[in-house]
Design a protein around this ligand. Structure first.
Ligand SMILES: NC(=O)c1ccc[n+]([C@@H]2O[C@H](COP(=O)([O-])OP(=O)(O)OC[C@H]3O[C@@H](n4cnc5c(N)ncnc54)[C@H](O)[C@@H]3O)[C@@H](O)[C@H]2O)c1
Length: 330
């Protein structure tokens, strides 16, 4: 049986979800979008019959599941409205821009026994899965330290960034809430909860906006030490995660989709594994995993609880950058 899935907001990521959910061949898609011309255009392109210009209209006959792809400050009010009608949820990252309404949403999800997944898509990445396994297996002993180095020319990939949610913190913008949150969420899956952090972030380059485009964070996951750096202006589009264990190191290069390890000084990096990935692959996998949860009523890869922790981390980075002090995560 096909699942009726409503995509809410078919801008940049909503369009991708439309395409990737359709690829699963497990859904009948519906669109909710305030930009009528965009909605009509994509409905024609993907053969979508049911198109709504408001969530109220879409909920007259509620779908089985919904993917919330609007800017972050709208996620929680929309999630409440949908959950009240018994709709399973896939919510785009970041979960929100504040913790308002999240406890009530959690209660509603529990009461109504709904699936609520957050689309931190990197949890579908084979390198992130491999890193989580390496920490769990203790192949090189306990994890002691980790580093993330990441950067890309954001305006090249998102030329309209000035006109989107990215331009303001209140709508989920800036490098903290929009970009580094992905790797932060992945690291929390790999190394456990973040216990404290100190953040230095600034607007260094991107024209037409004043939000931070460069972030440096020192983090603690209990005894594990870590640091992350990210900028949104460098030409090479590269992200590297390095895990340093008691008896060896593993380096994950996301731009090359490969990992390598080293256990002896002067011996260099030995090949670990390599994956062939197209950009849509992770999103199609995420759609299939979400539909599996909907069918089997299982817990998603990133549930509300995990995403709330990452949201606390986002807010702690913003707070620490203002105060220039360490912040402990609740
Ligand atoms: N997982 C990822 O890799 C990834 C990538 C990009 C964006 N995102 C996240 O997805 C969300 C959306 O980002 P985007 O880049 O697609 O933004 P976008 O501005 O391109 O698209 C948002 C769409 O929502 C529509 N919209 C706004 N209010 C609405 C409402 N009340 N009802 C229906 N539609 C409404 C807008 O018209 C627009 O088409 C953000 O939270 C962002 O952080 C995630």
């Amino acid at each position: 049986m096909l699942h009726r899935v409503l995509i809410i907001g078919v801008g940049s990521i909503g369009h991708r979800h439309l395409r990737c959910f359709q690829t699963t061949n497990r859904v009948q898609l519906e669109i909710c979008e305030t930009n009528q011309a965009l909605a009509d255009d994509l409905a024609r392109q993907y053969g979508v019959q049911r198109v709504f210009s408001s969530l109220d209209d879409a909920l007259v006959d509620p779908p089985d599941a919904a993917v919330i792809c609007t800017p972050a400050h709208l996620h929680i009010p929309m999630a409440h409205q949908l959950a009240n009608r018994g709709v399973d949820l896939l919510i785009e990252k970041p979960l929100s821009t504040s913790i308002d309404g999240i406890e009530e949403l959690q209660q509603l999800i529990t009461q109504r026994e709904l699936v609520c997944a957050i689309a931190y898509v990197m949890r579908q990445h084979p390198l992130v899965e491999s890193a989580k396994q390496a920490v769990h297996d203790k192949r090189f002993g306990s994890l002691l330290q980790l580093t993330v180095t990441s950067g890309q020319d954001f305006p090249f990939y998102r030329p309209a960034y000035r006109e989107t949610y990215y331009a303001k913190h209140t709508t989920g913008g800036g490098a903290i809430q929009d970009a580094i949150t992905h790797m932060m969420n992945s690291i929390q899956w790999i190394a456990g909860r973040t216990t404290a952090l100190v953040c230095d972030a600034a607007h260094q380059q991107l024209p037409g906006v004043s939000v931070e485009d460069t972030v440096h964070v020192m983090i603690r996951h209990g005894a594990i030490m870590g640091s992350l750096t990210l900028n949104q202006f460098q030409s090479p589009n590269e992200t590297t995660l390095q895990l340093n264990f008691e008896r060896g190191s593993i380096r994950y290069e996301f731009h090359n989709n490969k990992w390598a390890f080293s256990t002896e000084p002067e011996a260099g990096w030995l090949p670990g594994g390599q994956y062939k990935l197209e950009r849509d692959d992770l999103f199609t996998k995420q759609a299939n995993v979400f539909l599996d949860c909907v069918e089997q009523r299982t817990t998603p890869t990133c549930d509300l609880h995990d995403a709330l922790h990452t949201l606390h981390t986002n807010l702690a980075m913003l707070e620490s950058n203002q105060a220039k002090q360490w912040v402990h995560i609740p």
